[in-house]
Design a binder for this molecule. Structure first.
Ligand code: KIV
Ligand code: NA
Length: 275
C-alpha cells in the first residue's frame, strides 16, 4: 500500500475512524510503528527531552529536526509523517519558509506542525500557499511554557472561546489538522465538531478525531510516572534493563559468548601458529 496522504487523513475523520498517531524519532522506531500499523507519525520536538535529555523543547534546533526526520523517513513507508518546527524557527514568515525548506528538503516528511493560534495565521497561510501542509497545535503549547506553564489550558470561558476561535482561524488559514493538548475533554469535543479538519488530542479526551502520544510514554521506556494523559501500554524500559543486566551478568561470569556465537578454525592452523 502507498503512503497515507492528507486526503486519507481527512477521510478518516469523515468516516468516523479515530486516528492513532505516535511520535517516533529514528529509523528503528519508525520500523516498529509501521509494523504496528500506526497511520500517522509525529517527529515531535519532544525529542529534545526524550532523545536529547534536555529539560524542555526550547533548545531543539532545525538541524535536530532534520536529523531525526531523515531517520524516521528511512524507516517509515506507509504512515503520514508530520515534523515539528522547533521553537523560534517560524517567528516571521521568512523564517518559517526557510525552516520549512530545510526540514522538508533535507529531512523529509509530508507536513509540518506549528504551535499557536491566530497569531500564526499569516505563517500558516504562507506555508500552505507554497504547498507545505501545516498542522496546528493549541492548548498546552510547550514552546510557550515560560508564559503559560505546563498545566491544563482553556478552562475558563474566555480562554475556551479563544481556543475555539483559534481552531477556526487555523482551519480557515489552511491547516489540515490540529493537535489539542491538555484542554478539557468537553471543549476538545466541541472544537472537533466545529472544525471539519481532524483534531488530534493529547490529554484532551476521547471526543477528538484522533490521539497522539509520545513514544516513550506509551511504551514505558523510562522509570517513574508517565504524564497523566498517557497510558503505559507496556514496560519496555524495565524489559531493556532486565535484558542488559542479564547480558552483563553472563559476560562477567563467562557464560557468554558460547561456541554458538563464535567462529572456529581447523586445529592444524592453530598448531601451526603455536609451533
Ligand atoms: O513534540 C511532541 O511530541 C508533540 C506532541 C506531544 C503533540 O508536539
Ligand atoms: Na511538539
Amino acid at each position: 500500500m502507498r503512503r497515507m496522504t492528507l486526503a486519507d487523513f481527512q477521510k478518516m475523520k469523515d468516516e468516523g475512524r479515530p486516528i492513532a498517531m505516535v511520535t517516533a524519532y529514528d529509523y528503528a522506531s519508525a520500523l516498529i510503528a509501521e509494523q504496528a500499523g500506526v497511520p500517522a507519525i509525529l517527529v515531535g520536538d519532544s525529542l529534545g527531552m526524550v532523545m536529547q535529555g534536555q529539560d524542555t523543547t526550547l533548545p531543539v534546533r532545525v538541524e535536530d529536526m532534520i536529523y531525526h526526520a531523515r531517520m524516521v523517513m528511512r524507516g517509515s513507508r506507509k504512515a503520514l509523517v508530520v515534523v515539528d518546527l522547533p521553537f523560534l524557527s517560524y517567528a516571521t514568515e521568512q523564517d518559517a519558509v526557510d525552516a520549512a525548506r530545510r526540514v522538508m528538503q533535507e529531512g523529509g516528511g509530508q507536513a509540518l506542525k506549528l504551535e499557536g493560534g491566530r497569531e500564526i495565521v499569516p505563517i500558516v497561510q504562507r506555508l500552505t500557499a507554497m504547498g507545505v501542509p501545516v498542522m496546528g497545535h493549541l492548548g498546552l503549547t510547550p514552546q510557550a511554557q515560560h508564559q503559560i506553564g505546563l498545566r491544563a489550558q482553556a478552562k475558563e470561558v474566555r480562554a475556551a472561546r479563544k481556543l475555539l476561535d483559534d481552531a477556526r482561524a487555523l482551519e480557515e488559514a489552511g491547516a489540515f489538522g490540529i493537535v489539542l493538548e491538555v484542554i478539557p475533554a468537553d471543549l476538545a469535543a466541541l472544537v472537533s465538531k466545529e472544525v471539519r479538519i481532524p483534531t488530534i488530542g493529547i490529554g484532551a479526551g476521547a471526543g477528538c478525531d484522533g490521539q497522539v502520544q509520545v513514544w516513550h510514554d506509551v511504551l514505558g521506556l523510562f522509570e517513574g510516572k508517565s504524564p497523566r494523559h498517557a497510558h503505559r501500554f507496556a514496560e519496555i524500559g524495565a524489559q531493556m534493563v532486565g535484558a542488559l543486566s542479564h547480558y552483563v551478568k553472563q559476560v562477567e561470569e563467562g557464560s557468554f559468548p558460547t561456541k554458538a556465537q563464535s567462529v572456529s578454525m581447523a586445529p592444524d592452523i592453530l598448531a601451526a601458529l603455536t609451533a
